[in-house]
Design a protein around this ligand. Sequence first.
Ligand code: FMN
Length: 427
Amino acid sequence: MQGQRILLIVGGGIAAYKACELIRLLRKAGASVRCVLTAGGAHFVTPMTLAALSENPVYTSLWDLKDETEMGHIQLSREADLVVVCPATADLMAKMAAGIADDLATTLLLATDKRVLAVPAMNVRMWLHEATRRNVKRLRDDGVEVIEPDEGEMACGEYGPGRLPEPEAVVAAIRKILPGTGSGTAGEAGGGGAGTHALPAAPPRAFGARSPSPKGEDLSGRHLLITAGPTHEPIDPVRVIANRSSGKQGFAIAEALAELGARVTLVAGPVALPTPVGVHRVDVETAEQMQAAVDAALPADAAVLVAAVADWRVDPAASKLKKADGPPQLAWRENPDILAGLARSHLRPKLLIGFAAETGNVVEIAREKRLRKGCDWILANDVSGEVMGGDLNSIHLITAEGVEHWAEAPKADVARRLARRIADALA
Ligand SMILES: Cc1cc2nc3c(=O)[nH]c(=O)nc-3n(C[C@H](O)[C@H](O)[C@H](O)COP(=O)(O)O)c2cc1C
Protein backbone atom coordinates (compact mmCIF):
# COMPACT_ATOMS: atom_id res chain seq x y z
CA MET A 1 0.00 0.00 0.00
CA GLN A 2 3.09 2.16 -0.19
CA GLY A 3 2.29 5.72 -1.23
CA GLN A 4 -1.49 5.21 -1.49
CA ARG A 5 -3.59 8.11 -0.18
CA ILE A 6 -6.66 7.28 1.87
CA LEU A 7 -9.28 9.86 2.74
CA LEU A 8 -10.97 8.49 5.87
CA ILE A 9 -14.39 9.82 6.85
CA VAL A 10 -15.21 9.01 10.47
CA GLY A 11 -18.97 9.00 11.20
CA GLY A 12 -20.86 9.26 14.45
CA GLY A 13 -20.99 5.68 15.69
CA ILE A 14 -19.78 3.94 18.81
CA ALA A 15 -17.28 2.05 16.60
CA ALA A 16 -15.45 5.29 15.71
CA TYR A 17 -12.68 4.25 18.10
CA LYS A 18 -11.83 1.42 15.69
CA ALA A 19 -11.08 4.04 13.02
CA CYS A 20 -8.08 5.01 15.17
CA GLU A 21 -6.63 1.51 14.89
CA LEU A 22 -7.45 1.52 11.17
CA ILE A 23 -5.33 4.67 10.70
CA ARG A 24 -2.43 3.01 12.50
CA LEU A 25 -2.63 -0.15 10.36
CA LEU A 26 -2.93 1.79 7.10
CA ARG A 27 0.10 3.92 7.92
CA LYS A 28 2.03 0.84 8.96
CA ALA A 29 1.24 -0.61 5.51
CA GLY A 30 2.73 2.51 3.88
CA ALA A 31 -0.44 4.49 3.10
CA SER A 32 -1.00 8.13 4.04
CA VAL A 33 -4.29 9.01 5.72
CA ARG A 34 -6.24 12.25 5.85
CA CYS A 35 -9.27 12.32 8.11
CA VAL A 36 -12.62 14.05 7.89
CA LEU A 37 -14.57 13.91 11.12
CA THR A 38 -18.36 14.46 11.05
CA ALA A 39 -20.11 16.41 13.79
CA GLY A 40 -21.54 13.09 14.99
CA GLY A 41 -18.11 11.47 14.85
CA ALA A 42 -16.64 14.22 17.03
CA HIS A 43 -18.85 12.98 19.89
CA PHE A 44 -16.93 9.72 19.87
CA VAL A 45 -13.32 10.59 18.93
CA THR A 46 -11.51 13.92 18.95
CA PRO A 47 -9.84 15.66 16.01
CA MET A 48 -6.65 15.65 18.11
CA THR A 49 -6.59 11.83 18.27
CA LEU A 50 -7.05 11.50 14.51
CA ALA A 51 -4.50 14.24 13.78
CA ALA A 52 -1.92 12.64 16.06
CA LEU A 53 -2.40 9.19 14.53
CA SER A 54 -2.53 10.36 10.90
CA GLU A 55 0.07 13.11 11.30
CA ASN A 56 -2.14 15.24 9.08
CA PRO A 57 -4.65 18.03 9.71
CA VAL A 58 -8.19 16.82 10.42
CA TYR A 59 -11.06 18.43 8.54
CA THR A 60 -14.38 18.93 10.28
CA SER A 61 -16.24 21.80 8.66
CA LEU A 62 -17.34 22.83 5.21
CA TRP A 63 -17.33 26.41 6.37
CA ASP A 64 -13.78 26.71 7.69
CA LEU A 65 -12.30 29.53 5.61
CA LYS A 66 -8.73 28.53 6.44
CA ASP A 67 -9.25 24.93 5.37
CA GLU A 68 -11.14 25.98 2.26
CA THR A 69 -8.32 28.23 1.08
CA GLU A 70 -5.56 25.77 1.98
CA MET A 71 -7.25 22.53 0.84
CA GLY A 72 -10.74 23.06 -0.61
CA HIS A 73 -13.37 20.38 -0.22
CA ILE A 74 -13.22 19.48 -3.94
CA GLN A 75 -9.44 19.12 -3.81
CA LEU A 76 -9.75 17.03 -0.64
CA SER A 77 -12.14 14.66 -2.40
CA ARG A 78 -9.88 14.28 -5.42
CA GLU A 79 -6.45 14.11 -3.81
CA ALA A 80 -7.03 10.59 -2.60
CA ASP A 81 -6.76 7.17 -4.16
CA LEU A 82 -9.69 5.85 -2.15
CA VAL A 83 -12.36 7.33 0.10
CA VAL A 84 -13.19 5.14 3.10
CA VAL A 85 -16.21 5.85 5.30
CA CYS A 86 -15.60 4.12 8.64
CA PRO A 87 -17.77 3.82 10.57
CA ALA A 88 -20.49 4.42 8.00
CA THR A 89 -23.51 5.26 10.14
CA ALA A 90 -27.09 4.68 9.01
CA ASP A 91 -27.41 8.45 8.76
CA LEU A 92 -24.34 8.91 6.59
CA MET A 93 -25.37 6.09 4.24
CA ALA A 94 -28.89 7.51 3.95
CA LYS A 95 -27.45 10.88 2.97
CA MET A 96 -25.02 9.30 0.50
CA ALA A 97 -27.83 7.28 -1.08
CA ALA A 98 -30.00 10.38 -1.40
CA GLY A 99 -27.19 12.62 -2.68
CA ILE A 100 -27.49 15.00 0.27
CA ALA A 101 -24.52 17.32 0.74
CA ASP A 102 -25.12 19.28 3.93
CA ASP A 103 -21.72 18.99 5.61
CA LEU A 104 -18.09 18.46 4.66
CA ALA A 105 -18.23 14.64 4.61
CA THR A 106 -21.36 14.35 2.47
CA THR A 107 -20.32 17.17 0.16
CA LEU A 108 -17.00 15.63 -0.67
CA LEU A 109 -18.62 12.21 -1.06
CA LEU A 110 -20.80 13.77 -3.74
CA ALA A 111 -17.87 15.60 -5.32
CA THR A 112 -15.38 12.75 -5.41
CA ASP A 113 -14.31 11.00 -8.59
CA LYS A 114 -12.64 8.20 -6.62
CA ARG A 115 -13.89 4.83 -5.44
CA VAL A 116 -15.71 4.81 -2.13
CA LEU A 117 -15.67 2.04 0.47
CA ALA A 118 -18.28 2.18 3.22
CA VAL A 119 -17.79 0.16 6.40
CA PRO A 120 -21.15 0.15 8.18
CA ALA A 121 -21.62 -0.25 11.92
CA MET A 122 -24.88 0.14 13.75
CA ASN A 123 -27.45 -1.49 15.94
CA VAL A 124 -28.86 -4.70 14.42
CA ARG A 125 -32.38 -3.22 14.05
CA MET A 126 -30.97 -0.18 12.30
CA TRP A 127 -29.00 -2.44 9.94
CA LEU A 128 -32.00 -4.65 9.19
CA HIS A 129 -34.43 -1.75 8.84
CA GLU A 130 -36.06 -1.54 5.42
CA ALA A 131 -34.74 2.01 4.97
CA THR A 132 -31.13 0.93 5.56
CA ARG A 133 -31.59 -2.12 3.30
CA ARG A 134 -32.83 0.24 0.58
CA ASN A 135 -29.96 2.67 1.10
CA VAL A 136 -27.30 -0.05 1.05
CA LYS A 137 -28.73 -1.52 -2.15
CA ARG A 138 -28.85 1.94 -3.68
CA LEU A 139 -25.26 2.63 -2.77
CA ARG A 140 -24.11 -0.71 -4.18
CA ASP A 141 -26.03 -0.06 -7.39
CA ASP A 142 -24.30 3.33 -7.55
CA GLY A 143 -20.89 1.67 -7.33
CA VAL A 144 -20.07 2.12 -3.65
CA GLU A 145 -18.35 -0.85 -2.06
CA VAL A 146 -20.33 -1.56 1.10
CA ILE A 147 -18.75 -4.17 3.38
CA GLU A 148 -21.09 -6.51 5.23
CA PRO A 149 -20.88 -5.84 8.97
CA ASP A 150 -19.86 -8.60 11.35
CA GLU A 151 -22.39 -10.51 13.39
CA GLY A 152 -22.15 -10.74 17.16
CA GLU A 153 -22.89 -9.05 20.43
CA MET A 154 -23.19 -5.29 20.07
CA ALA A 155 -22.25 -2.41 22.34
CA CYS A 156 -25.99 -1.90 22.98
CA GLY A 157 -26.29 -5.49 24.27
CA GLU A 158 -28.28 -6.84 21.29
CA TYR A 159 -27.00 -9.63 19.04
CA GLY A 160 -26.88 -9.84 15.24
CA PRO A 161 -25.31 -8.25 12.17
CA GLY A 162 -24.15 -4.65 12.58
CA ARG A 163 -20.73 -4.78 14.24
CA LEU A 164 -17.86 -3.00 12.53
CA PRO A 165 -15.49 -5.60 11.03
CA GLU A 166 -12.10 -5.71 12.74
CA PRO A 167 -9.66 -3.08 11.37
CA GLU A 168 -7.49 -5.85 9.86
CA ALA A 169 -10.49 -6.97 7.77
CA VAL A 170 -11.06 -3.37 6.64
CA VAL A 171 -7.41 -3.12 5.58
CA ALA A 172 -7.81 -6.37 3.61
CA ALA A 173 -10.88 -4.91 1.88
CA ILE A 174 -8.95 -1.75 1.03
CA ARG A 175 -6.09 -3.79 -0.40
CA LYS A 176 -8.52 -5.56 -2.72
CA ILE A 177 -9.90 -2.30 -4.03
CA LEU A 178 -6.75 -0.25 -4.46
CA PRO A 179 -5.12 -1.12 -7.77
CA GLY A 180 -1.79 -2.83 -7.30
CA THR A 181 -2.18 -3.48 -3.58
CA GLY A 182 -4.86 -6.10 -3.37
CA SER A 183 -4.02 -9.49 -4.44
CA GLY A 184 -1.22 -10.50 -2.17
CA THR A 185 -3.96 -11.53 0.22
CA ALA A 186 -6.49 -12.74 -2.30
CA GLY A 187 -5.90 -16.43 -1.70
CA GLU A 188 -6.12 -16.30 2.07
CA ALA A 189 -9.83 -16.44 2.60
CA GLY A 190 -10.34 -19.27 0.17
CA GLY A 191 -7.67 -21.40 1.79
CA GLY A 192 -5.48 -21.37 -1.31
CA GLY A 193 -2.02 -22.65 -0.62
CA ALA A 194 1.04 -22.94 -2.85
CA GLY A 195 0.19 -22.17 -6.45
CA THR A 196 -2.47 -19.61 -5.59
CA HIS A 197 -1.85 -16.77 -7.96
CA ALA A 198 -2.66 -13.11 -7.67
CA LEU A 199 -5.57 -11.61 -9.52
CA PRO A 200 -5.79 -8.00 -10.60
CA ALA A 201 -7.78 -5.96 -8.11
CA ALA A 202 -11.28 -4.90 -9.06
CA PRO A 203 -11.12 -1.98 -11.47
CA PRO A 204 -11.56 1.46 -9.96
CA ARG A 205 -15.11 2.74 -10.17
CA ALA A 206 -15.99 6.12 -8.76
CA PHE A 207 -19.04 6.50 -6.54
CA GLY A 208 -22.03 7.00 -8.81
CA ALA A 209 -20.08 6.45 -12.01
CA ARG A 210 -21.47 3.49 -13.95
CA SER A 211 -18.84 1.76 -16.01
CA PRO A 212 -19.18 1.40 -19.75
CA SER A 213 -19.85 -1.99 -21.32
CA PRO A 214 -17.77 -4.72 -19.69
CA LYS A 215 -14.85 -6.13 -21.64
CA GLY A 216 -12.51 -9.03 -21.01
CA GLU A 217 -12.18 -9.74 -17.30
CA ASP A 218 -14.06 -6.67 -16.20
CA LEU A 219 -17.36 -7.70 -14.61
CA SER A 220 -18.23 -4.24 -13.36
CA GLY A 221 -21.85 -3.40 -14.08
CA ARG A 222 -22.76 -7.11 -14.08
CA HIS A 223 -24.95 -8.80 -11.50
CA LEU A 224 -23.92 -12.34 -10.60
CA LEU A 225 -26.08 -14.65 -8.51
CA ILE A 226 -24.51 -17.51 -6.56
CA THR A 227 -26.05 -20.13 -4.32
CA ALA A 228 -23.86 -22.02 -1.87
CA GLY A 229 -23.92 -24.45 1.01
CA PRO A 230 -26.46 -27.08 1.98
CA THR A 231 -30.13 -26.66 2.78
CA HIS A 232 -31.62 -27.85 6.05
CA GLU A 233 -35.11 -29.29 5.88
CA PRO A 234 -36.74 -29.41 9.32
CA ILE A 235 -38.22 -32.65 10.63
CA ASP A 236 -39.35 -31.16 13.92
CA PRO A 237 -38.24 -28.10 15.93
CA VAL A 238 -34.82 -29.66 16.68
CA ARG A 239 -34.03 -32.09 13.84
CA VAL A 240 -33.18 -31.41 10.20
CA ILE A 241 -32.37 -33.27 7.00
CA ALA A 242 -28.96 -31.96 5.96
CA ASN A 243 -26.00 -32.77 3.73
CA ARG A 244 -22.23 -32.36 3.96
CA SER A 245 -21.83 -29.30 1.71
CA SER A 246 -19.53 -26.75 3.40
CA GLY A 247 -20.26 -23.80 1.09
CA LYS A 248 -16.51 -23.24 0.55
CA GLN A 249 -16.58 -23.57 -3.24
CA GLY A 250 -19.62 -21.32 -3.67
CA PHE A 251 -18.23 -18.66 -1.31
CA ALA A 252 -14.89 -18.74 -3.16
CA ILE A 253 -16.71 -18.24 -6.47
CA ALA A 254 -18.66 -15.30 -5.04
CA GLU A 255 -15.40 -13.76 -3.82
CA ALA A 256 -13.62 -14.29 -7.16
CA LEU A 257 -16.48 -12.68 -9.08
CA ALA A 258 -16.55 -9.70 -6.71
CA GLU A 259 -12.79 -9.32 -7.25
CA LEU A 260 -13.49 -8.94 -10.97
CA GLY A 261 -15.83 -6.06 -10.16
CA ALA A 262 -19.21 -7.85 -10.31
CA ARG A 263 -22.09 -7.01 -8.04
CA VAL A 264 -22.58 -10.37 -6.38
CA THR A 265 -25.60 -11.74 -4.53
CA LEU A 266 -24.74 -14.84 -2.55
CA VAL A 267 -27.69 -16.91 -1.35
CA ALA A 268 -26.20 -19.07 1.39
CA GLY A 269 -27.58 -22.11 3.15
CA PRO A 270 -26.62 -22.72 6.79
CA VAL A 271 -22.80 -22.48 6.84
CA ALA A 272 -20.30 -20.93 9.25
CA LEU A 273 -18.27 -18.96 6.70
CA PRO A 274 -17.47 -15.23 6.69
CA THR A 275 -19.09 -13.14 3.97
CA PRO A 276 -16.57 -12.35 1.21
CA VAL A 277 -15.73 -8.66 0.90
CA GLY A 278 -18.05 -6.74 -1.40
CA VAL A 279 -20.60 -9.56 -1.60
CA HIS A 280 -24.26 -9.16 -0.70
CA ARG A 281 -25.24 -12.22 1.30
CA VAL A 282 -28.75 -13.57 1.87
CA ASP A 283 -28.95 -16.37 4.45
CA VAL A 284 -31.58 -19.07 4.05
CA GLU A 285 -32.24 -22.44 5.60
CA THR A 286 -34.56 -24.50 3.40
CA ALA A 287 -34.81 -25.21 -0.33
CA GLU A 288 -38.06 -23.25 -0.53
CA GLN A 289 -36.42 -20.23 1.13
CA MET A 290 -33.48 -20.55 -1.27
CA GLN A 291 -35.88 -20.59 -4.21
CA ALA A 292 -37.60 -17.43 -2.91
CA ALA A 293 -34.24 -15.67 -2.36
CA VAL A 294 -33.07 -16.58 -5.87
CA ASP A 295 -36.33 -15.26 -7.36
CA ALA A 296 -35.98 -12.04 -5.34
CA ALA A 297 -32.40 -11.51 -6.55
CA LEU A 298 -33.29 -11.64 -10.26
CA PRO A 299 -32.52 -10.34 -12.81
CA ALA A 300 -28.90 -11.42 -13.04
CA ASP A 301 -26.45 -11.58 -15.94
CA ALA A 302 -25.23 -14.98 -14.83
CA ALA A 303 -26.04 -17.44 -12.07
CA VAL A 304 -23.85 -20.16 -10.59
CA LEU A 305 -25.93 -22.56 -8.54
CA VAL A 306 -23.43 -24.35 -6.34
CA ALA A 307 -25.69 -25.09 -3.37
CA ALA A 308 -26.42 -28.71 -2.54
CA VAL A 309 -30.18 -28.32 -2.36
CA ALA A 310 -32.06 -31.14 -0.65
CA ASP A 311 -34.19 -33.02 -3.16
CA TRP A 312 -36.86 -33.80 -0.61
CA ARG A 313 -38.42 -32.29 2.47
CA VAL A 314 -40.98 -33.52 4.95
CA ASP A 315 -43.85 -31.75 6.64
CA PRO A 316 -42.20 -30.78 9.93
CA ALA A 317 -43.85 -31.82 13.19
CA ALA A 318 -44.91 -28.87 15.33
CA SER A 319 -43.41 -30.39 18.49
CA LYS A 320 -40.35 -32.57 19.09
CA LEU A 321 -40.81 -36.19 18.02
CA LYS A 322 -40.42 -38.55 20.97
CA LYS A 323 -38.03 -41.49 20.80
CA ALA A 324 -40.51 -43.56 22.78
CA ASP A 325 -43.02 -43.26 19.90
CA GLY A 326 -40.67 -45.25 17.65
CA PRO A 327 -39.24 -44.38 14.20
CA PRO A 328 -41.32 -41.59 12.67
CA GLN A 329 -43.27 -42.10 9.46
CA LEU A 330 -41.99 -39.24 7.30
CA ALA A 331 -44.08 -38.17 4.32
CA TRP A 332 -41.57 -37.01 1.72
CA ARG A 333 -42.28 -34.15 -0.68
CA GLU A 334 -40.19 -33.08 -3.63
CA ASN A 335 -38.40 -29.75 -3.26
CA PRO A 336 -38.36 -27.14 -6.02
CA ASP A 337 -35.67 -27.72 -8.67
CA ILE A 338 -34.07 -24.27 -8.54
CA LEU A 339 -31.72 -24.82 -11.48
CA ALA A 340 -34.34 -26.24 -13.85
CA GLY A 341 -36.84 -23.59 -12.76
CA LEU A 342 -34.37 -20.80 -13.47
CA ALA A 343 -33.62 -22.29 -16.89
CA ARG A 344 -37.33 -22.07 -17.78
CA SER A 345 -37.87 -18.64 -16.22
CA HIS A 346 -38.55 -15.58 -18.37
CA LEU A 347 -35.78 -14.00 -16.24
CA ARG A 348 -33.29 -16.74 -17.15
CA PRO A 349 -29.76 -15.33 -16.79
CA LYS A 350 -27.81 -15.17 -20.04
CA LEU A 351 -25.32 -17.64 -18.59
CA LEU A 352 -26.70 -20.33 -16.29
CA ILE A 353 -24.26 -22.65 -14.56
CA GLY A 354 -25.04 -25.64 -12.40
CA PHE A 355 -22.95 -27.94 -10.27
CA ALA A 356 -23.19 -31.72 -10.26
CA ALA A 357 -21.85 -33.36 -7.14
CA GLU A 358 -21.90 -37.01 -8.17
CA THR A 359 -20.30 -40.35 -7.56
CA GLY A 360 -19.67 -43.01 -10.24
CA ASN A 361 -19.61 -41.98 -13.91
CA VAL A 362 -19.54 -38.29 -13.06
CA VAL A 363 -19.04 -36.88 -16.57
CA GLU A 364 -21.80 -38.92 -18.19
CA ILE A 365 -24.24 -38.08 -15.40
CA ALA A 366 -23.35 -34.38 -15.67
CA ARG A 367 -23.70 -34.34 -19.48
CA GLU A 368 -27.19 -35.74 -19.15
CA LYS A 369 -27.94 -33.30 -16.31
CA ARG A 370 -26.93 -30.26 -18.40
CA LEU A 371 -29.45 -31.19 -21.10
CA ARG A 372 -32.20 -32.20 -18.67
CA LYS A 373 -31.90 -29.04 -16.58
CA GLY A 374 -31.49 -26.67 -19.53
CA CYS A 375 -28.41 -24.86 -18.20
CA ASP A 376 -25.39 -23.71 -20.22
CA TRP A 377 -22.53 -25.20 -18.24
CA ILE A 378 -22.25 -27.87 -15.60
CA LEU A 379 -19.28 -28.11 -13.28
CA ALA A 380 -19.11 -31.73 -12.27
CA ASN A 381 -17.12 -33.04 -9.36
CA ASP A 382 -16.69 -36.47 -7.89
CA VAL A 383 -17.77 -36.27 -4.27
CA SER A 384 -16.89 -39.82 -3.33
CA GLY A 385 -13.62 -38.50 -1.76
CA GLU A 386 -12.88 -35.50 0.46
CA VAL A 387 -14.36 -32.78 -1.76
CA MET A 388 -17.31 -31.96 0.50
CA GLY A 389 -15.84 -29.87 3.29
CA GLY A 390 -12.29 -30.09 1.90
CA ASP A 391 -10.18 -27.32 0.38
CA LEU A 392 -9.39 -28.98 -2.97
CA ASN A 393 -11.57 -29.68 -5.95
CA SER A 394 -11.13 -31.22 -9.37
CA ILE A 395 -13.66 -30.19 -11.96
CA HIS A 396 -15.03 -31.37 -15.29
CA LEU A 397 -16.51 -28.38 -17.11
CA ILE A 398 -19.28 -29.54 -19.40
CA THR A 399 -20.53 -27.14 -22.07
CA ALA A 400 -22.33 -27.53 -25.41
CA GLU A 401 -18.86 -27.66 -27.00
CA GLY A 402 -17.51 -30.55 -24.95
CA VAL A 403 -15.74 -31.40 -21.69
CA GLU A 404 -12.70 -29.80 -20.05
CA HIS A 405 -10.92 -31.53 -17.21
CA TRP A 406 -9.43 -29.18 -14.62
CA ALA A 407 -6.70 -30.72 -12.49
CA GLU A 408 -7.17 -30.80 -8.73
CA ALA A 409 -6.60 -27.33 -7.26
CA PRO A 410 -7.52 -25.26 -4.20
CA LYS A 411 -11.16 -24.19 -4.33
CA ALA A 412 -10.03 -20.54 -4.48
CA ASP A 413 -8.08 -21.29 -7.69
CA VAL A 414 -11.02 -23.17 -9.21
CA ALA A 415 -13.17 -20.15 -8.36
CA ARG A 416 -10.83 -17.68 -10.06
CA ARG A 417 -10.55 -19.84 -13.15
CA LEU A 418 -14.33 -20.05 -13.36
CA ALA A 419 -14.72 -16.30 -12.74
CA ARG A 420 -12.40 -15.53 -15.66
CA ARG A 421 -14.37 -17.92 -17.90
CA ILE A 422 -17.60 -16.23 -16.91
CA ALA A 423 -16.13 -12.78 -17.60
CA ASP A 424 -15.01 -13.93 -21.06
CA ALA A 425 -18.41 -15.45 -21.79
CA LEU A 426 -20.25 -12.26 -20.80
CA ALA A 427 -17.84 -9.89 -22.57
C1 FMN B 1 -24.15 6.50 22.07
C2 FMN B 1 -24.56 6.53 20.62
C3 FMN B 1 -24.08 5.56 19.79
C4 FMN B 1 -24.45 5.55 18.44
N1 FMN B 1 -23.97 4.57 17.63
C5 FMN B 1 -24.35 4.55 16.34
C6 FMN B 1 -23.85 3.53 15.48
O1 FMN B 1 -23.06 2.68 15.88
N2 FMN B 1 -24.25 3.53 14.20
C7 FMN B 1 -25.12 4.46 13.71
O2 FMN B 1 -25.47 4.38 12.53
N3 FMN B 1 -25.59 5.44 14.50
C8 FMN B 1 -25.23 5.52 15.80
N4 FMN B 1 -25.71 6.50 16.60
C9 FMN B 1 -26.59 7.53 16.02
C10 FMN B 1 -25.74 8.54 15.25
O3 FMN B 1 -24.77 9.10 16.11
C11 FMN B 1 -26.62 9.64 14.65
O4 FMN B 1 -27.48 9.08 13.66
C12 FMN B 1 -25.76 10.73 14.04
O5 FMN B 1 -26.61 11.70 13.46
C13 FMN B 1 -24.85 10.17 12.96
O6 FMN B 1 -23.94 11.17 12.59
P1 FMN B 1 -23.09 11.08 11.24
O7 FMN B 1 -24.04 11.26 10.10
O8 FMN B 1 -22.12 12.19 11.38
O9 FMN B 1 -22.43 9.76 11.20
C14 FMN B 1 -25.34 6.54 17.94
C15 FMN B 1 -25.79 7.54 18.81
C16 FMN B 1 -25.41 7.53 20.13
C17 FMN B 1 -25.92 8.60 21.01
